[in-house]
Design a protein around this ligand. Structure first.
Ligand SMILES: NC(=O)c1ccc[n+]([C@@H]2O[C@H](COP(=O)([O-])OP(=O)(O)OC[C@H]3O[C@@H](n4cnc5c(N)ncnc54)[C@H](OP(=O)(O)O)[C@@H]3O)[C@@H](O)[C@H]2O)c1
Length: 297
């Protein structure tokens, strides 16, 4: 479906070079779209043998890309999460070098976890973040460091990311699904191709002088986990276990899984889709999962 996005955008200006720090699941997809639009893309991973790695960047052992790799970068995207001590890996290792670049745009991928629990209410970029989880507090601190960096940065806040090879399709196919019911609990999500599409849309708007500080990138339809798994199973033909109440299921959940169920919010995409005019490729989980299912075939 990346072709559908390629048709929507004008090529990036000649001589555009996008540096993707942390070319994992989202970074790879964004890089593929930028390349298809004619940009030179340079991608870092922690191991040169990983797919898409042009250079190694690993803040944990201070392996930095060579100086000559970081010249003439016009666009920059960090997809790297905070360290366990709350530092931003990119700023703590590369900030001085980045400040020397002829940057037109810098994106920092963050999470909607910074909003904390909203008891199922909608959250917009105008709401003050109230992170509850320690990792979300670290994330907000990194957002603030990026904003203070003096780089032309835009913060992209994402909910649960899914896409081909990493979605409810694989979960139901693995046969390890849990159908957990917690009344009124919903989750927001975004298909990885819409992260790529929205990023490109934002880069092109920034070139016209429109660069809001923070943007949520989420689909139109926050939904319960059981709804999403039921639809995935209807595509794959897998059977699902009976529904378990949250009180029971939570007893065997990992602390990480439990932390996701402690927060409930609907992430608004009004700024991205209404004010800034981005048209979602996958407005809801049905469109997105069908795409994942068909791409896996
Ligand atoms: N997964 C979700 O549902 C979700 C939701 C909201 C926001 N986010 C955030 O969105 C961003 C992109 O998510 P994703 O799922 O695409 O992530 P991903 O596939 O895990 O990619 C993260 C990238 O960061 C790199 N990295 C991690 N620690 C590093 C360090 N200390 N030094 C250098 N590189 C480091 C990884 O290196 P390798 O390539 O070597 O692994 C990888 O390329 C992440 O910040 C993530 O926390 C994720």
């Amino acid at each position: 479906m990346l072709e559908a996005l390629v048709k929507r955008f004008k090529p990036l200006p000649e001589n555009s070079t996008l540096l993707i720090l942390g070319g994992g699941f989202s970074g790879q997809c964004i890089g593929a779209l930028a390349r298809a639009l004619g940009a030179k893309v340079i991608c870092t991973r922690r191991d040169i043998n990983q797919p898409g790695a042009d250079f190694v960047f690993n803040s944990e052992n201070q392996t930095l890309p060579p100086q000559e790799a970081l010249v003439e970068i016009t666009h920059l995207l960090s997809c790297i999460p905070p360290t366990s001590s709350g530092k931003d890996p990119v700023l703590s290792c590369l900030q001085n070098q980045l400040q020397e670049l002829p940057l037109k745009w810098a994106g920092y991928i963050s999470t909607t976890g910074v909003y904390g629990d909203r008891q199922g209410e909608w959250v917009t970029e105008l709401d003050t973040p109230k992170p509850q989880q320690e990792r979300s507090k670290r994330r907000l601190a990194c957002e603030q460091d990026w904003e203070a960096s003096g780089l032309p940065v835009q913060i992209l806040r994402l909910p649960g990311i899914y896409g081909p090879g990493r979605s409810a399709i694989e979960i139901v196919q693995a046969g390890k699904t849990k159908m957990v019911h917690k009344p009124n609990q919903i989750f927001s999500r975004i298909h990885v191709e819409d992260i790529a599409g929205a990023t490109m849309h934002l880069i092109q708007l920034a070139a016209k002088g429109k660069r809001p500080r923070v943007i949520n990138i989420a689909d139109d339809r926050p939904s319960s986990n059981t709804e999403v798994l039921t639809y995935a199973a209807s595509l794959t033909g897998n059977s699902l276990p009976p529904i378990e109440p949250f009180e029971v299921a939570s007893q065997s959940m990992s602390p990480m899984a439990l932390s996701f169920w402690q927060e409930n919010r609907r992430v608004s995409n009004q700024m991205l889709c209404k004010e800034l005019g981005y048209c979602l490729l996958h407005p809801d989980y049905k469109s997105g999962l069908l795409d994942c299912f068909l791409q896996n075939k």
